[in-house]
Ligand binder design. Structure first.
Ligand SMILES: [Zn+2]
Length: 232
């Protein structure tokens, strides 16, 4: 939820976990605002709709701030998708893994898997364009197709001292718009991101020269794996 007093988006994760449920029909009531408008072929739409919905189990909530705690959110979501239709990614397990770490993409206690798939797919297309140095086309596409639900905040001095130099900052209002805002930053002057070097980790973080892992746990896991290889 966007906190108007602090200007920060705080997002919640159900600590009891999430489950996949079958849904009779995904009507307009379950239409997530994806912030992005791409052509959706009927056949694919029907196929994705059969994947059901992901629902919070209704436990206690853990909260975090996506702008601080999840700088690699857009890339993490993009990484759920795979172009190979046989792999059927994101799988249900991929989706559950993602939401138990970051929560659902939009407000509420459930959302169609279909909308997680679309979001990961669209973000994937942009990340491919960035990685293949085709930012120009991706920027045009962003303007044509993406309409993030963001709000704007007036920002003065960080110290609280009076200043005449106020600026404005776009602020996301849900997790989907937080991801799109990150993608917009990557498409302009934002920091580039780097994938964690640990073998099983899918996380991304803002690039710094000698940082290779998203956290110390991954660093240890990587070193341990190397030690094992050497002793084999
Ligand atoms: Zn990692």
């Amino acid at each position: 939820m966007y906190d108007q007093l602090t200007g920060e988006l705080t997002w919640h994760v159900d600590m009891a976990g999430y489950e996949i449920i079958e849904t009779e029909n995904l009507g307009s009531a379950q239409q997530t605002n994806l912030d992005a408008n791409f052509y959706r072929p009927d056949k694919q739409e029907a196929y994705y709709a059969r994947r059901g919905a992901v629902r919070a189990k209704g436990g206690e909530l853990r909260s975090y701030k996506p702008s601080i705690d999840a700088p690699g959110l857009a890339r993490r979501l993009a990484g759920l998708y795979d172009e190979d239709p046989l792999l059927n990614r994101p799988t249900d397990a991929d989706v559950l893994d993602f939401v138990s770490r970051y929560g659902l993409l939009s407000a509420g206690t459930e959302m169609p898997i279909r909308d997680v798939i679309y979001t990961s797919k669209y973000l994937y297309l942009f990340s491919v364009a960035i990685d293949s140095a085709d930012k120009h086309r991706a920027r045009q596409l962003f303007n044509e197709r993406v309409l993030p639900t963001i709000t704007v905040r007036l920002v003065g001095s960080k110290t609280g001292r009076p200043t005449a130099n106020w600026t404005l900052e776009p602020k996301p209002t849900d997790l989907i718009s937080a991801a799109w805002l990150q993608m917009a930053q990557e498409l302009t002057h934002g920091k580039s991101l780097k994938k964690c070097a640990a073998p099983d980790c899918l996380e991304w973080f803002p690039e710094r020269t000698n940082k290779r892992f998203c956290n110390n746990r991954c660093k240890m896991a990587f070193r341990n794996a190397q030690k094992h290889q050497q002793s084999d």
